[in-house]
Design a protein. Sequence first.
Lengths: 531, 329, 293
Amino acid sequence: MKKKTGKSLKTLGLLMLIASLLAACSSGGNNNAQSSPSASPSAPAATQTETGSEGTVQDLGEITLFVDHPWWPMTEWKGKIPEEISKRTGVKVNVQIAADAQQLPLMIASGAEMPDIVYTYNNHQPMSTPDISYTWDELIEKYQLKDFDISPTARAVNATKDGSLYTIRNGFMTSEELVACDKCLNPGQGLSVRADIMEALGNPKLETLDDYLAILGQVKEKYPDLIPAVITPGEAGSYLRIQYGVPRFGFYNAGGDQAKYYINHPEQEAFYLYVNKLYREGYIVAENFTWQERTEAESQILNGKAFSLINASGDSETLNPRLETDGKNFRMAQVIKNLGANPKVYANSIGWSGMYVPKTAKNTEAAIKFIQYMYSIEGQRLASWGIEGEDWTMHADGYPVFNFDSKDQDKQVQMGVVWWGILADKGETSSLQRYVPDSASTEVMMELKKVTEVDSLFGKVVPSADSEEQVIQVNIDNMIKNEEMKIYLAKSEEDAKAAFKAMLDKTKNIGIERLEEWATKEYNEAKALMK
Amino acid sequence: MKLQTVKEHAATNKSGHSVSLLWKRFRQQKYMQLFVWMGLISLFVFHYLPMFGILIAFKNYKIASGISGIFTSEWVGLKYFKEFVNSYNFETIVANTLGISFLKLIFAFPVPILLALMLNEVKDGLFKRAVQTASYLPHFISWVVVAGLASVFLSENRGIFNNLLLGLGLISEPIAFLSDPGSFWGMAVGTAVWKESGWWTIIFLAAVSGISPSLYEAAHIDGAGRLRRIWHITLPGIRGTTIVVLILAIGSLLGGGLVGSNFEQAFLLGNAVNADKSEILQTYAFKVGLSQGRYSFATAIDLLQAVISVILIFGSNWISKKTTKSGLF
Amino acid sequence: MRKRTFEDYSIDTIVYALLIVIFIVTAYPFYYLFVISFNNGLDTGLGGIYFWPRDFTLANYEKIMGDAKWTLAFFVTVARTGVGTLLGVVFTCLVSYGLAHKGLVFKKVYFSLFVIGMYVSGGLIPFYIILRHLHLLNTFWVYVIPSMLNIFFLFIAVSFFREIPSELREAATIDGANDLKIFRSVILPISKPLMATMALFLGVGQWNAWLDSAYYVQNENLRTLTYRMIEVINRGNIPTDAVSIEYAANAVRVTTYSLQVTSMVVAVVPIMLVYPFLQKYFVKGAMIGAVKG
């Protein structure tokens, strides 16, 4: 017993030693973080030239960049491109990635000292308040920044009701811009089929949704071991709705500037009945709807157990190389043309995440100058595509040609490219990147683009957190997610129709009419403001 | 001694007399009281001081208003509780939460005890150690991985479990574990039992090890068989522990009791297809509250569960004291 | 020595049979996951692996442990497990011993306070503020001090201490010891099963904790092992509705699922190594020496 006490005391002593060392380490580390050199605010800030290549670049010190996406692939400011950005801006960046979705709200609520830049999607509302963030205009004014061009549309779309601009969300293009840039492509959904089986069936025509049903029927008959169709979770709603020309979520303009919720579009029922038919005929399996990950559907294809996949426009390009490495003797072919009679893509987004400069930021000068650079066309291209001439060159037709595999995530992380460009992407840079001439995915995206309708006013129709409208909307969305299963898995068409009607009744009970009333009002107000 | 008598005489009125008695006992136990007070201080600092956050449940709180916002936000009273009670699927949520929780209490609670009893009947050695070690391994498998395992093993099309049952002739058609709402409760209880029983067995094994072997010897000499020995010695020997663990399990009933994990299971194994049976209080609160940034609502639901847990503990403790004379306190 | 009766045989058969089934049902899934951790993630996604890796690779482990930051995180975690468990066991046992005292004044009040404190919480935000005022944020101590008192085990330990035969205490009192000395020299030694159990539960809790490392600490040198592993798992697990859906599409040999499995194996191995040392405290008759002596 005595020996044991001795040994355990020693272990205890060792542990306490380690603990105290770490405590010392941590407080030491803390001091280091606090004494990070901040730019001398007294001297008038040298104007950051857009080209930045000639002349000395002022050392603006370090900023902390907080990315509110736990899955962000780049956790450090490391690699050839970030180094180049730091060289051109004089700003060093310390990256922090959120551990989960609650971390940022905790920081906001507790009044903790915030990082210099916060890049978030989920927390637009709390961040867009004067207590929490600076407006970009304030900082542009304070540091007398020149050449920081913010288009009036971008301003109108991102400003709060009182006109303050706290951020500009990335990835937003107006419909005029989209039309003007014909090679700008938005990611899209798509359908791919087994090329070998199509050939075996005699290459039947696949131009309409009915054709698809017919082919699935043949596949089921001739290849009983195959699942005719597998769908990535959530994408049934997307791809097939596009083909039916109905909105997939949120509000839409039902004519006469009246806003309606997507579920009330008159063609929704036809879409639901189609999916139900797929199920009743045995073309999709019930378990399909329980899959949580994209990989489950994909693995059915890779294993040769399924005939067609409803997922993304680039599926054939991602899956075929893998099929080759796996030694499989079949390939997937992407269906290029839209199968629906009146396909339509409702594009109502006003962008995705945005960069904010919190009031408690330490190095605001470096922060706003960093934002300015990343927002400039030079910054965007450097961060998204790489160094011009070295990593990419501009094709005469106006799209980048890459000297490296820009879609390989390992390469992206190694170079530090693509992702940092998203931070302040004006839409053009990220969408041009997708254009690859003569590729199936590009062709599909171009077909989708032809039927895309942009109505960004709806991006402003977002109920504030905890408002009655938000509660109604959340409850309706949750309810639909669950109830639409009953439509999909109904045993007969009559049952499906009844289930659909029951679902619509439930939306009325929850308060959809009030929601639509509110949305119409907001939509028209936003429209007036835009003029 | 003298000082104490003086003090006793000094307090002349009735209550004074018993107060000083109380005080005397207090001073006698001063070290014990000291130990307890150390715990109370820790409790106060880390559990009671933060309780001012409960106010959020009754206020229209926005995180942008920071800490002061907790006190200055608009008072809305029971608004969020009412919202919950009036939600369109309130009955379903309550039925599912209670159903799964009670099933877990009835089926999952006895399993660690039985397992401990069985292990106790086996000679110490490699087999016993191997089984016991294996039994707690599932505890370390995160629910995310378990959900992944479930989708492989329990799949209707190619899952081993179904193939096994079919091969043994126990069923004629594969069971749609993952999509059939009817099987969700069974799957939830079954996976929870599988995952956590072995871990909780450890507590009961520790309790069993406190029973003196001489008691067994004596009983054997008196001619008692194995079953009788278990009934008369082992079970009473772990009675105290069992009652305490049972009361604590009832306290956490809404979360799934001893084996817990109501939320993780419902969130990971639940899907739109079996939602009618898998949507529970916590998943609903998450979808409509926390994930939408509605902290007041989330706090309100948490408070509701906490109050119910406290009532359950006090209640079951009272019942336990009345029926078995021993309880939590 | 003892004659084995029919009852003995039949019970033994049933018990052994059941235990074998339990062994298979619990050990096999874990073994399966162990195999998966050594298998190429994409290949795993195709299914059909049962007993042996089909496409052996160490890539999962490399990804999870490959970071230079991993070794530091390992030591941080070892330290917090050691210190946190020790503090937790000693402190909770001390408090519960006091609480278990027969005839404790205000006992009902104390218990009620602990029960309420166990369930009712003000949430993350106030807790964070308290931590900040105590200057615990961003230090090592935030890992071990708030969790010093484990209320669940407080109650378990109370029940344990209450069952200790009073003869033991009386014998020591006769020898002239006061409460503190009794605790140290009589109670502690025979509480080995209790403390071993607590050490195991609290230790596992400390080892697997990562939320406090995420919320309460910014210093990268203080991150724990599980935090680092979660970081790796999150990275690249891009949700299907994120803007740049095709950027993520490509051939990574390491999938999210295989990373999760690998991190689980990494987390369990130390526990499995430590547990055999604790197992001997669960031997029958741990209290036996005390009464006689």
